[in-house]
Design a binder for this molecule. Structure first.
Ligand code: TRP
Length: 361
């Protein structure tokens, strides 16, 4: 069986370091292994519209931002197909048929949908399109016969829903769809990178994000304002690592080679953590180290972004080409789906003959 990777993001803002450690970095690594027969990276504008119906301009403006962030991180259009969801009409058709295989109560139980309904104050009136977006996401995944979907933990319920649709479809209409596997981030810190204020999640409205395109001065300011351990007041006091944002970021970003480069008096992160816990290590020193690490990680990304920003028409062309290629793949799956469901009347000579016979008897 072919190995196909698919994943995507809603274009509602620039991507931040949470996206990076949660999925983007892994996508690029996987891309560069050459292990995959195909890679599809989707800018999920149609999904973004399910909760931004009244703000299409926001979605429209952010398509290029997300595309630039993708290219800046090292997604290579020669190796990965970058596409825009709304440009693949086959996805709507697939969703329409999958809707018959999912119950309302099953969607109501979806934890991600549940929490998003709360977050957006949709309790009183939930848009149908929003309510059914897990079905549309199942269409995204199955249309490209994805076997590997690298996403954050919050997408687990979407993958579960997709698998259920795959099983149901295959058992009712015969083996057609491919079951995807979720690929979660490598550690806790990457799974749930908090905002710089230590709050659960990075979000634009909380103003606690570090963006991939952030300028060096702003990265520094944000690192130095990070939440640490409020009980670690004097340098000599013992420090806590749990809930200490600076150490969470180090867990997500630190590589062994950064110690000889920026903090040679320690040989690894465990040693640094031990010293902090014991007492005698000040927050400023750890913050300075984290700043150096983040600057080293983000500089090449920011520079590549600036290169791509010089030719925006070329970026749109990459998305157009990618969307065209993706549509071909989705059209093939849609054909197989319609064949399996026997809604292929004009291609089915047997049906036409059978009906002729019936009416000539
Ligand atoms: N739901 C994802 C998010 O909010 C975006 C997305 C849309 C996606 N379609 C997808 C992710 C298919 C993986 C696979 O970020």
């Amino acid at each position: 069986m072919k190995k196909i990777m698919l994943t995507g993001d809603r274009p509602t803002g620039r991507l931040h370091v949470g996206h990076y450690v949660g999925s983007l970095r892994r996508r690029v690594e996987l891309q560069n292994t050459g292990d995959f027969d195909d890679i599809f990276i989707m800018i999920a504008d149609a999904q973004a519209l399910t909760d931004n119906a009244d703000n299409p301009e926001k979605v429209r403006q952010n398509i290029i931002e997300v595309a630039l962030d993708y290219l800046a991180c090292g997604l290579d259009p020669e190796k990965s197909t970058l596409l825009i969801q709304s440009q693949i009409p086959e996805l709507c058709e697939l969703s329409f048929y999958y809707m018959n295989l999912v119950t309302v109560s099953r969607l109501q139980r979806n934890p991600t949908v549940k929490s998003e309904i709360q977050m957006r104050n949709f309790e009183a009136s939930i848009p149908v399109g929003f309510f059914t977006y897990p079905i549309s996401q199942a269409a995204d995944i199955t249309a490209f016969k994805a076997t590997t979907v690298p996403v954050g933990e919050d997408q687990m319920p979407m993958l579960e829903q997709t698998k259920e649709i795959v099983h149901k479809f295959n058992s009712v209409y015969g083996e057609t769809l491919v079951e995807p596997k979720i690929l979660l981030p490598e550690n806790e810190a990457c799974m749930r990178l908090p905002g710089i204020d230590g709050k659960a999640k990075m979000s634009k409205s909380l103003g606690n994000c570090i963006y991939l395109s952030e300028e060096p001065e702003d990265i520094k300011k944000k690192v130095f304002s990070m939440f640490t351990d409020p009980t670690h007041i004097r340098i000599g006091d013992p420090g806590k690592l749990e809930g200490n944002t600076v150490f969470t970021y180090l867990d997500a970003f630190c590589k062994p080679e950064y110690f000889p480069e920026f903090l040679p008096e320690y040989s690894n992160l465990d040693e640094l953590k031990e010293h902090y816990k014991r007492g005698g290590l000040g927050d400023m020193k750890v913050k300075r180290f984290l700043n150096n690490v983040l600057q080293a990680e983000l500089e090449p990304i920011r520079n590549r972004r600036k290169e791509f920003q010089k030719d925006i028409p070329a970026v749109y062309e990459i998305l157009k080409k990618g969307s065209e290629k993706a549509e071909k793949a989705a059209a093939q799956t849609l054909k197989e789906v319609k064949d399996a469901m026997k809604i292929n009347y004009f291609d089915d000579m047997e049906l036409i003959q059978e009906q002729s016979k019936k009416f000539s008897e």
